[in-house]
Design a protein around this ligand. Structure first.
Ligand code: FAD
Length: 293
């Protein structure tokens, strides 16, 4: 199928993009990498009257360390995240996660801002944002808004961005020295959207978690930072403790039914990932403790 007829504007600056969005509101759509937007337009799931292409705005691209945060421009492509030495050094979880996003051709065009604004609950990057405690920066005509990642995602393909706002950047706290991470997902084929996935970041001391953040995806209408992780912090991990945490996790999830999996299957897979994550992180704990010394 082909998209309905639409007007196209290539924004010359952030101010120009905001002006266009201000004038056209819900009738306009921002175009970043186009990897989700154009598919939705071609399937006629959406029919914007105006597409505002921000692809030329170089100021929205790139990764830099600014004090104690990593600032990532919204237009930074998935492929750039994979290659970035700053991401590898300060947010290695994100590097592992991006390798699971689609295929090279899509990673060469798709952007982190587009992925977060798209808010697909089965996407890898939104869950990483929760796990890493990201701040998402939106700009509108009235100025900038800084939104905590756990308040940004509002449902399937829904965020708290208004039609007049542009997602301009993401800030991630630099991961503390000695912390460690885990990323795994179940998908039918590598590069497919996940059936269920887990992006985790942890600090470990004396064989115990001193901090554990578990960001699950494809387990509900938005990514979830699991509260059940608290049951695993500052305790010796025994099979009973792990079973209790897995049970609490099952209660927290609200998975959806689709052609790929039932809610029961998604709950089961999430618990499998929890178990794998805990044993994998603890097996690496000597390394983590050593690195923090
Ligand atoms: P676009 O398609 O340009 O935009 C997506 C949406 O976000 C649109 O509504 C647009 O208006 C809005 N938007 C974009 N940028 C901004 C901004 N700066 N401010 C405000 N709104 C904005 N993704 C995954 O996470 N995991 C996968 O496994 C995966 N597999 C894929 C497989 C295929 C075959 C395809 C085609 C895509 C897949 N994707 C997957 C999606 C891909 O990662 C997209 O790149 C990403 O979801 C959207 O990024 P984009 O830059 O292309 O955004």
């Amino acid at each position: 199928m082909k998209a309905s007829a639409f007007a196209y504007a290539r924004a010359t600056s952030v101010a120009n993009a905001l002006e266009l969005l201000g004038m056209h509101g819900e009738k306009a759509k921002v175009l970043s990498g186009g990897q989700s937007l154009l598919a939705a337009m071609n399937l006629r799931l959406i029919a914007p009257e105006l597409v505002v292409d921000i692809g030329d705005l170089a100021e929205l691209r790139g990764v830099v360390v600014k004090g104690d945060v990593l600032a990532i421009g919204a237009l930074t492509r998935h492929a750039d995240l994979l290659r970035s030495p700053e991401i590898a050094a300060h947010a290695p979880l994100l590097k592992d996660a991006v390798a699971h996003v689609a295929h090279p051709a899509i990673r060469n065009r798709g952007t982190i801002g587009g992925s977060l604004a798209q808010a697909d609950p089965a996407s890898e990057l939104p869950a990483c944002m929760l796990t890493l405690g990201a701040t998402i920066i939106a700009r509108g005509s009235a100025g900038e808004r800084r939104i905590a990642a756990d308040e940004f995602f509002a449902g399937i393909y829904e965020t708290v961005l208004t039609p007049h706002e542009l997602l301009v950047a993401i800030e991630l706290p630099l991961v503390p020295k000695g912390s460690t991470h885990f990323f795994q997902e179940f998908a039918r084929r590598h590069g497919d959207y996940a059936l269920v996935g887990l992006a985790a970041q942890a600090a470990i001391g004396d064989g115990r978690f001193t901090d554990l953040r578990l960001g699950f995806f494809a387990v509900g209408d938005r990514p979830l930072l699991a509260r059940s992780a608290d049951k695993l912090v500052d305790v010796a991990i025994t099979p009973a403790v792990l079973a209790e945490a897995a049970c609490a996790l099952g209660d927290e999830l609200d998975p959806m039914e689709d052609q790929q999996a039932t809610p029961a299957m998604r709950r089961h897979l999430a618990k499998v990932l929890l178990t794998r994550c805990v044993s994998s992180l603890l097996a690496r704990s000597d390394l983590a403790v050593g690195a923090s010394a």
